[in-house]
Each structure stands twice: as C-alpha cells, then as structure tokens.
Design a protein around this ligand. Structure first.
Ligand SMILES: [Fe+2]
Length: 437
C-alpha cells in the first residue's frame, strides 16, 4: 500500500448488506455514530481540518483517524487472526496515549502533519468500517460478547471525540479575525429569565455510581454509599448576565475570591472574562460556532474554568455542588426533556425555560457543570487490565469532575452517572456553573 497516497474519492460508509440479529442494532448504531463524525466535518474545508490551534486541541483530521485507529487496534486486531493494519505508521501517528500499545507521535505537534491527507483518512475510515461490518456478520465468532463491549466502548469514544471536534473547531475559528461561521443559528425570542430558586437535595447515606445496566465507563463504578450533608441546589445555571455582575464588581481583581492556583492562573494568563468574551466600546460580545455575537444576558455562562466557577460561587456566597449531590439530583430530575444536546445542532447553550415546574432545570445538556469534586477513583475501582485500562484510570490526578453533558454532547452518550473530567484551568469545553449551598 502506498504511504499517504492522495486523490481518493470520499464516499459515505457502506451500509449495504442484510442485517441479522443480534448484531443489527449495534451495526446500525456503529454506522450512525461514524456518520455523525463525518457530518460534523461537512461545513469544514480541508484546510480547516489540518490546523491545531493549541496543544490541548487536535486537528479534525487527527480525530477522524484516531477514532478509526481505536477500532482497528482494540477490536479488529485482537479478533481477526492475521489482520493486517491499514498502515503501520498510523499506529504511531494516531495512538493518543496508550503506552501499552506503543509510542505516540507528540500531541502538541499533531498540527505539523500535512500527510496523510483528508482523502486518505476517509479511505482509512472506509476500510476499517468494512472490516467491522464483516466482523459483525461473522456469527461463528465465539468472542462476540467481549468484542461487543469493546465495540460499544469505541462508539462512546468516538462520541467523545465528536464533542472535541466541535470544541476544537470553535477554538480554531475563534483565532481567525474573520470570525468564520461553522453553523448559523437562530434563537427563539428571549423568554423572561426564571428566578434562581433553591431546591433541597437528597441527604443522608445514599448510593451513587453506575448500577451495571447498559453501557458505562469504568470510572462510573463501583456503585457505593456516600454520606450527603443537607444542602440546596440552584434551580438553573448561572447566566452571562449574572457573570457580568461578577466581572463588574471586580471579580477578576480580588484575590480573596480565588483559590491560590486560580489567582496565579488569572494573573499569569491575564484573564478578565470567560474564554471567547471580548469588550468593544463598552459592549460585550463572544465568539460562538455561529460567529461572533452580542452577549445575551439570559444564556448560561460558558467556557469558564473550574477556577472561575469556584471564584464566582464564592463571590455569590455559595459553592459548587459535589458530584454526589449532582448525581442524586439528576437521578430524580433528569429526564432530559428539552435539554440542548448536539442533535439540536445549536452548538450553543440555551436560556433556561421560563416556566417553573418545581424541578431543577438544565441538568443535562447546554453546559458541563463543574463540581467541587476532584476526579478520583470510587472505592473499590480497578482499571481494566491491558491497554484499554489506560482509558480513564491513569488520569485520576489534578482534574475535577464535570457532570451533565453539553450542547456539543450527543444525547445517547450521556447519563446521570457520567463523570467527565478536565484540569481546573481548562476553558475550551462548553463548561458552566450551577451553584449549591
Ligand atoms: Fe481518544
């Protein structure tokens, strides 16, 4: 096979063939998830797909190849004796962080790669999709149960990368003074902002963590008991208008509001507002995937770090919820009705609905909610054996848990027990604030 060949035609993945039980649902889901990645690329030019705008972000083309590498490495290679990888060099280029698989091309240099080009990456995707189709058609394969679990993991992995593709494109476009539009958006007429009510949370010795029904990442278990103190949660998210009050009252200039590391970051990075916010002639605007827009005060504040969320909460006389408090609330209130997920194609958080049904609003979708909980293993947690055990467990240090998903998360990817995690200074994800006290 010629290395990094170009000029190939991009075709939609094959969905031909007769589907048979028990794999038909999984196969349909496989193609739906894989198609979604390619749909995300549709508004982009080939040039958009090769740039890395900062070390934390990756080029879109890298995401497309890496998610394919995941299926090839963890599903096809172990299950197909004699399977020949599409291109041996890809094992180095598109391995993200799996040391037990092998060495990795440096993350911060992913934007230096002009080859393989988009056409070859799309060809790679097609070849692997075809091999997965063949695997799912092979009813004689005695390893199917175990393979299905890894295949399902691969689908959730790809959905995680779909969210990263959107947030990485947003960061990339924000660097462009022409303010490119990824997808135009029309907002409904703004409804009155509902008051921030305080709802008592579940307290006492309670159970949290995944119960084993359906898919979950390893870090969501084991289910275990926690002691939850009496507390209240805010009925909705903190808005841009409320965060502006924090800014206007000197929030970014008062060290007493900040954790020491947070204040150090504010000083070093010269933070004066959330990421993507700018002030011109006294008016605030922010960059969105629909281009640069005037700030709308009723929309949830977004692209704040843990440090900013924590400082805002202290300024407001409150605190951030613990992940146990959040999960118990989500188990009770979390029907996801009306939540803004990636399927809406808004890719921007929506204002809280003005009707008050006595339930917590915006728990799912819109923005990931920072919690006060450090990302640590649940009691009894053990990472799975082998390279796949590197997926979550080795990151349980110096990060905080976020809950609920965002406007860039697929609805089928999220659940009440889902534990996302980012370092406290990270701002380029759709991250916001719910208060607790
Ligand atoms: Fe990954």
């Amino acid at each position: 096979m010629q290395l990094f060949k170009e000029g190939l035609v991009i075709n939609p993945p094959s969905t031909n063939g007769t589907l048979t039980q028990p794999d038909s649902k999984l196969r349909a889901r496989y193609h739906a998830v894989r198609n979604m990645s390619e749909q995300i690329c549709r508004p982009l030019t080939p040039e958009d797909c090769v740039i890395q705008s900062m070390p934390d972000a990756s080029p879109i083309r890298w995401h497309l190849a890496h998610t394919t590498w995941f299926f090839e490495t963890f599903v096809l290679k172990p299950s197909r004796p004699g399977y020949s990888v599409y291109e041996p060099a890809f094992e180095y280029l598109f391995n993200s962080y799996y040391n037990q698989v092998g060495e990795q091309f440096p993350r911060s240099q992913r934007g230096l790669l002009s080859r393989p080009g988009m056409a070859e990456v799309m060809q790679y995707r097609q070849v692997v999709d075809h091999a997965i189709d063949e695997l799912l058609e092979d009813e004689e394969n005695g390893q199917l149960d175990e393979l299905f679990a890894v295949l399902e993991l691969g689908l959730h992995h790809e959905q995680q990368h779909q969210e990263l593709m959107l947030t990485d494109v947003k960061h990339l476009f924000s660097c462009n003074p022409c303010s490119p539009v990824y997808r135009p958006r029309s907002d409904p007429h703004p409804a009155p902002l509902p008051p921030m009510d305080w709802m008592p949370g579940d307290e006492g010795v309670r159970w949290i963590g995944h119960d084993g029904e359906g898919f979950a990442y390893d870090n969501e278990g084991p289910r275990h008991e926690v002691l939850v103190q009496p507390h209240q949660l805010a009925s909705r998210l903190v808005t841009c208008g409320e965060f502006l009050d924090f800014i206007d009252s000197g929030g970014y200039e008062r060290p007493e509001l900040w954790l020491s590391l947070g204040w150090q970051t504010v000083t070093q990075q010269a933070w004066r507002a959330p990421l993507y916010w700018q002030q011109h002639d006294g008016q605030w605007n922010h960059f969105t995937l629909a281009g640069r827009e005037k700030l709308k005060p009723n929309e949830p504040v977004c692209h704040v770090s843990f440090f900013e969320a924590d400082a805002y909460a202290r300024w407001a006389g409150c605190r951030l919820p613990s992940e146990a408090e959040w999960e118990l609330a989500a188990a009770e209130n979390g029907d996801m009705v009306g939540a803004t997920f990636a399927e809406s194609q808004r890719f921007h958080p929506a204002s809280a609905p003005s009707m008050d049904d006595g339930r917590l609003q915006q728990l799912f979708g819109d923005v990931w909610e920072w919690t006060a909980s450090p990302y640590t293993p649940y009691p009894g947690y053990q990472a799975p054996e082998g390279a796949i055990g590197e997926y979550n467990g080795k990151f349980m240090c110096n990060q905080y848990v976020l809950r609920g998903g965002s406007c860039a998360t697929s609805r089928s990817h999220i659940r009440a027990t889902y534990r996302n995690f980012f370092p406290p200074e990270a701002r380029w994800q759709f991250t916001g604030i719910r208060l607790a006290k």
